[in-house]
Write a protein that binds this ligand. Structure first.
Ligand SMILES: Nc1ncnc2c1ncn2[C@@H]1O[C@H](COP(=O)(O)OP(=O)(O)OP(=O)(O)O)[C@@H](O)[C@H]1O
Ligand SMILES: [Mg+2]
Length: 267
């Protein structure tokens, strides 16, 4: 559904600080793929998500969105336009919701994104729908529609960000270490919700993580990045049975050196 061909991102081109952050990346992402992305600090993981979202432009190459209706070249499309079909969640739980607004108002705005141009007010029917959706999170937020979101914990806010992102019906979901700032209990809650929502909505997901357990246990495909390149692309049965030891072995075969544990585990 998303095809990247010869994607290159070069920061500070022509300066002493020139940094070739993505090198000739070719990647075919199928609809419904849940891809975990791992790699050491500076490997190019966030840059890859940024180039898919349109935050950064590729120097040459192309990005196409393939649907039953045909292929659309989105290489030059603005980040704003791509946001109609791409949802993003970042590490910082404060980024995805407006802290100085009530939970109900946050949800109304998010609904508006899904149904462009329709004025939506909070009537009883809507309130019931919001409550039912919030109940899914299992965090008691269904009873706090009037509370400002700024009062919620990081875990509650990130779970809410996830729900609101799903409500806006993206085709592609980009997660950049979205559980890294949470305590282990909340990280598990948000991770489980991520898997459930992705499955229910047949979402196409790219999830960057430094948590090896999450990377191995989640999704149908795993990419390992290193020095701006995708050095491993593992899917299907092999991904299902993948262990940390396999990963170390595959890294050694690809790079002819040992994978230091802290190389990918660093957050
Ligand atoms: N806006 C930018 N300007 C200049 N250099 C950048 C910019 N963004 C990223 N880089 C550089 O590009 C390289 C890849 O960065 P990127 O953020 O994609 O790494 P990452 O794999 O996400 O790492 P981490 O695990 O630390 O988040 C790094 O060397 C980084 O310093
Ligand atoms: Mg990053």
């Amino acid at each position: 559904m998303l095809v990247l061909e010869n994607i290159n991102v070069i920061f500070g081109k022509g300066t002493p600080d020139e940094n070739h952050a993505l090198k000739q990346i070719c990647l075919k992402i199928e609809k419904g793929d849940f891809i975990t992305v791992i790699g050491s600090n500076g490997a190019g993981k966030s840059t890859l998500l940024n180039v898919i979202a349109g935050t950064y432009q590729s120097a040459g190459g192309s990005i196409s969105l393939i649907s039953p209706a045909g292929a659309i070249d989105i290489t030059k499309q603005s980040e704003y336009k791509r946001a109609r079909f791409i949802g993003r969640i970042f590490q910082n739980p404060l980024l995805g919701t407006a802290g100085n607004m009530a939970l109900a108002d946050n949800m109304i705005i998010c609904e508006k994104k899904g149904y462009r141009g329709l004025k939506i007010s909070l009537n009883n029917a809507k309130r019931d729908i919001f409550r039912a959706q919030l109940k899914r999170l299992g965090l008691g937020l269904e009873n706090r529609l009037r509370d400002n979101v700024g009062l919620f914990s990081g875990g509650q806010r990130q779970a809410l960000t996830l729900l609101m992102t799903i409500m806006s019906k993206p085709e592609v979901l980009l997660l950049d270490e979205h559980t890294a700032a949470l305590d282990p209990v909340n990280a598990e809650i948000v991770m489980n919700l991520t898997r459930e929502f992705a499955k229910e909505n047949n979402l196409t997901v790219l999830m960057i993580t430094h948590n090896m357990k999450h990377a191995l246990e989640t999704g149908n495909r795993l990419l390992m990045m290193d020095g701006g390149e995708i050095i491993l692309d593992i899917n299907g049965k092999e991904k299902q049975n993948l262990t940390l030891a396999d990963l170390q072995q595959r890294f050694k075969a690809a790079k002819n050196k040992e994978l230091a544990n802290d190389e990918i585990l660093l957050t």
